[in-house]
Design a protein around this ligand. Structure first.
Ligand code: 2AM
Ligand code: MG
Ligand code: MG
Length: 282
C-alpha cells in the first residue's frame, strides 16, 4: 500500500531545505539577539521568521493539521500533542551556536499522529546533511542508510550531552555530578554539538554511542527520536523508565547495555513538563 504520509514527508524535506537556506544566509549576516526565559536562553528574528515560513508552507498544503513550534509556544500557543496530525517544529536547534556562528545548527521537523512520531526530518544546514526517518522504514542521511554504533562497552564509548540554559547553581551541580560520574565510568570522551537534534543524529550515525540531557523540549527531540530508533537505537528516560517526549528528559543510545550504564550514572531531576500548561480557553 502506498504510504499515506509520503507527501507530507516530502514536503517536510523541501521546507527544511528552504529554511536551511534562510538560516545559512542569516549566519553570514546580521544576527540580533533577544532573550526568552533567561539571559542565556536566546532567540533571534531568524528563529521566528523560519518557524513562520515552515508553518505557513505546511498550512497551505495541510490546512487541518496542528502545530507545536518552539517560538509559537514561547509566544503563548499551547503545547499539546493530541491524536490529530501534528507538526513539531524547532526552526533553529542550536540558536546559541547560530548567534556565535558555531557551525552546528539544524532545522527539526517531526510529524506525529496518535502521539506517535511518523516521520522526522533534521537538516544540519551548515554541514548540508539532511537526516530523515519514516517509521518502520529506516533512517537516512542524504539518502544513505544510518546504523548506530555496535560498541557496547561503555569504557570505549563517546557520549554527547549539553550544559543547557539553566544557570541555577543546584541544577548546574547536578549536571556536573552526572558528567563526573560518566567521565569516571570511564568513557573515551564527552562531546556536545550544541544542538540536541544534531547530537541525536550523531548517535544515529554511529559517531557517538549515546546522548543524554535533562532540560530539552519536545521540539528539540521529536524528529531525531525517530531517526535514532530507525537507525537501531534505544530511547529511554534518564531514570530508566519509558521515554516521554514531553518530560524534558532523554537518553538516546546505540544499545540497552550502554543506556543502562548511563541510567546508573545520571543524577535525575524533574522540570515542568512541556504540556504542563493547559491550553487557554478563548
Ligand atoms: N544557552 C543554551 N545552551 C545550550 N543549549 C540551549 C541553550 N538555550 C537553549 N538551548 C536549547 O537546548 C537544547 C539542548 O541543549 C538545544 O538544542 C537548544 O535548543 P534551541 O537552540 O532550539 O533553543
Ligand atoms: Mg532546540
Ligand atoms: Mg530552537
Amino acid at each position: 500500500m502506498a504510504d499515506p504520509w509520503q507527501n507530507a514527508m516530502d514536503h517536510a524535506v523541501a521546507v527544511a531545505r528552504k529554511a536551511g537556506e534562510v538560516v545559512c544566509d542569516a549566519l553570514r549576516g546580521d544576527r540580533a539577539v533577544m532573550t526568552k526565559s533567561s539571559v542565556v536562553d536566546l532567540v533571534t528574528q531568524t528563529d521566528q521568521k523560519v518557524e513562520q515560513l515552515i508553518i505557513q508552507s505546511v498550512k497551505e498544503k495541510f490546512p487541518t493539521h496542528r502545530f507545536i513550534g518552539e517560538e509559537s509556544v514561547a509566544a503563548g500557543e499551547p503545547c499539546v500533542l493530541s491524536d490529530s496530525p501534528t507538526w513539531i517544529i524547532d526552526p533553529i536547534d542550536g540558536t546559541t551556536n547560530f548567534v556565535h556562528a558555531f557551525p552546528f545548527v539544524a532545522i527539526s521537523i517531526g510529524f506525529a499522529i496518535n502521539k506517535q512520531v511518523e516521520f522526522g526530518v533534521v537538516f544540519s544546514c551548515v554541514e548540508d546533511k539532511m537526516f530523515t526517518a519514516r517509521r518502520g522504514k529506516g533512517a537516512f542521511c542524504n539518502g544513505e542508510p544510518l546504523q548506530v554504533s555496535r560498541q557496547e562497552a561503555v569504557e570505549q564509548a563517546m557520549v554527547a550531552t549539553e550544559f543547557g540554559s539553566d544557570r541555577d547553581a543546584d541544577v548546574v551541580d547536578k549536571i556536573f555530578q552526572s558528567l563526573r560520574n560518566i567521565l569516571c565510568l570511564p568513557v573515551h570522551g564527552v562531546r556536545g554539538a550544541g544542538s540536541a537534534a544534531i547530537n541525536m543524529c550523531l548517535v544515529a550515525s554511529g559517531c557517538v554511542e549515546a546522548y543524554y540531557e535533562i532540560g530539552i523540549h519536545v521540539w528539540d527531540v521529536a524528529a531525531a527520536s525517530l531517526i535514532v530508533s530507525e537507525a537501531g537505537g534505544v530511547l529511554m528516560d534518564v531514570d530508566g523508565g519509558d521515554v516521554d517526549l514531553m518530560s524534558r528528559r532523554i537518553i538516546a543510545a546505540n544499545s540497552k547495555t550502554i543506556t543502562e550504564r548511563l541510567v546508573k550514572a545520571i543524577v535525575p531531576f524533574s522540570l515542568p513538563r512541556d504540556d504542563a500548561t493547559p491550553p487557554k480557553k478563548s
